[in-house]
Design a protein around this ligand. Structure first.
Ligand code: FAD
Length: 501
């Protein structure tokens, strides 16, 4: 949208911040192709699998648009002068990155860290791309403009982008072009004047049911012969030929919000994406048939660092929630004051504090490059990501250990409170020293939904894999660590002067 200002300077008019109501309207009329449970979904805002998730996303939009959160959640678009989400801000100072973290925590606190791909995740990747247009220019004229223009468009119009950047797990022993059919992996199959035609499948677009665009690219290293998969493009989720296959929708199993307090609100869904001859106009192509740029886009721009700075702010929030839950459960069981329990809680608190403080370290040990762009500390980022697949299950195990049968010894559902005959016993026996039966049952249900339900278990898989398989994340850490300094110490030890006799 452009208007002419009085002094005849052309400026872009600011699009008002997106509200929950406008997001739900867009979703209702978006006509995307989503399959779940044998059904083609007409309207995700009405379908049992997605309606409650849609309402949660709507609340996030409203939270960011609320005047009292404006300073925290938005900054001023340099192009329109209007407020836009802070996740799009390209940090140029340590204070900028801190402001971005506070915004990420603002949204994460609304979901207790239980939604990973909120609209600030991939937005941060695009901020990282836009910070380094010269990287994309290496692929040829026009690609830098394409990525910057798309970034400005999604920033100034408050668009929600997700990504599918991992090839399907069909046969990992072979590269894409040697699979039984080379069009199984998402890649270019034809080039036209209007754009490229993309076909194939890609995993795993979390949040895609609710988003406006999906970035399709590849984070795995590609080999010679894989050029067709070496692309980075943005595709509207309602473009002809885009199909989303949702995994089992946990919200459909939530018999009541009382019994499944988290499942019933925070299922963001994960979708396998199928592209069936989808036309991507050239303006939405950022990398084209270039294996080197496709791989390096994550590391030679700050995209991966910005996106995962947000992810770590979300994770730190979730761990704070876990600590709170464990504490409340100990209070309910009466074990809170037991010294061995406090030792276990101290261990949990140590892990949570490491994550929190490494997040702060992203900000304080962040170098600013020659272009004035701030890069969050890579060693601090990858140290936690590399260990997350180990510490997360260990922390969950400690909570399981602490609660004994507390999350299982519960009435079958909230309806047992409604039957006077069962309610009498439940109100009498399901109490704790400090809590009435209803309060205790609600707490333990919350814990079980966090840990034990399908929703809770998917989260453990999420924390292991959202940033890639751990052997790959550890490779990122290997690349980020200052081995020269470490090796220098050993050299110094080997060259110590002789000990005087
Ligand atoms: C809940 C969830 C949500 C996700 N959301 C998204 C998303 O929004 N967008 C997105 O693009 N991706 C997302 N991902 C990540 C992504 O789709 C993959 O799960 C992730 O990159 C790992 O790839 P893979 O699952 O194919 O596992 P594989 O690459 O097949 O690896 C599986 C396991 O095999 C072993 N292995 C394989 N090769 C090696 C090797 N060379 N050395 C050592 N061990 C090896 C390791 O144990 C590894 O963990 C998500 C994943 C999950 C679980």
């Amino acid at each position: 949208m452009t208007v002419t200002a009085s002094k005849e300077v052309e400026v872009n008019a600011a699009t008002p911040l997106r509200t929950g109501a406008s997001f739900l309207d867009d979703l209702r009329t978006g006509e995307r192709t989503v399959f779940v449970d044998g059904e083609k979904v007409k309207d995700p805002t009405k379908h049992r699998a997605f309606a409650s998730g849609a309402r949660t996303f709507a609340r996030l939009f409203d939270y960011a648009a609320a005047p009292e959160n404006r300073e925290r959640m938005t900054y001023t678009s340099p192009d329109t002068g209007g407020p836009v989400w802070r996740c799009f801000q390209i940090p140029r100072s340590h204070a900028d990155l801190r402001a971005k973290r506070l915004a990420a925590e603002g949204w994460a606190e609304q979901t207790f860290g239980l939604m990973g791909r909120t609209p600030d995740h991939v937005a941060n990747f695009f901020a990282g791309y836009a910070a380094k247009p010269e990287f994309f220019a290496r692929g040829g004229a026009g690609y830098a403009d394409n990525v910057v223009n798309f970034y400005k468009y999604i920033r100034d119009n408050h668009k929600y982008v997700v990504y599918a950047i991992v090839p399907p797990q069909i046969d990992r022993s072979k590269p894409g072009h040697q699979q039984s059919d080379p069009t199984l992996y998402a890649g270019v199959v034809k080039e036209t004047d209007a754009g490229i035609i993309v076909s194939g499948g890609q995993q795993l677009a979390t949040g895609a049911v609710y988003a406006d665009y999906v970035q399709v690219s590849c984070i795995h290293p590609l080999r010679p012969g894989d050029e067709n998969y070496a692309i980075s493009v943005a595709i509207p989720l309602n473009a002809p030929g885009v199909k989303l296959y949702s995994r089992r929708a946990f919200a459909m199993q939530a018999t009541s919000a009382e019994d499944y307090p988290l499942t019933s609100r925070f299922d963001e869904t994960d979708c396998f994406v199928v592209l069936d001859n989808v036309l991507v106009p050239w303006e939405r192509v950022f990398i084209y048939r270039n294996t080197e740029l496709c791989f390096q886009q994550w590391w030679q721009t700050p995209s991966h660092s910005y996106g995962n700075h947000q992810a770590q702010a979300r994770y730190a929030t979730k761990l704070r929630f876990l600590l709170g839950l464990a504490k409340r459960m100990n209070e309910a069981t009466g074990n809170d004051a037991a010294p061995p329990v406090q030792v276990e809680m101290g261990e949990l608190a140590a892990y949570a504090s490491i994550v929190e403080n490494m997040l702060l370290s992203h900000e304080t040990v962040a170098p600013i490059d020659a272009d004035g762009i701030l890069w969050p500390s890579k060693p601090a980022l990858y140290a936690v990501m590399a260990l997350q697949s180990q510490i997360n299950p260990h922390m969950i195990d400690i909570v399981r250990e602490l609660t004994g049968a507390g999350m299982i010894t519960l009435p079958s559902s909230v309806r047992d409170f409604e039957n006077p005959e069962s309610a009498k016993d439940i109100e009498r026996y399901f109490v704790s020293g400090k809590m009435g039966a209803r309060e205790r049952v609600r707490l333990m249900r919350l814990a079980w939904d966090f840990i034990g339900t399908e929703f809770g278990n998917r989260h453990q898989q999420y924390e292991k894999f959202y940033g890639g398989a751990s052997y790959l994340v550890k490779t990122n850490m290997y690349r980020a660590y200052d081995f020269a300094r470490a090796g220098g110490l050993v050299d110094a030890a080997l060259n110590l002067p002789p000990v005087a006799s």
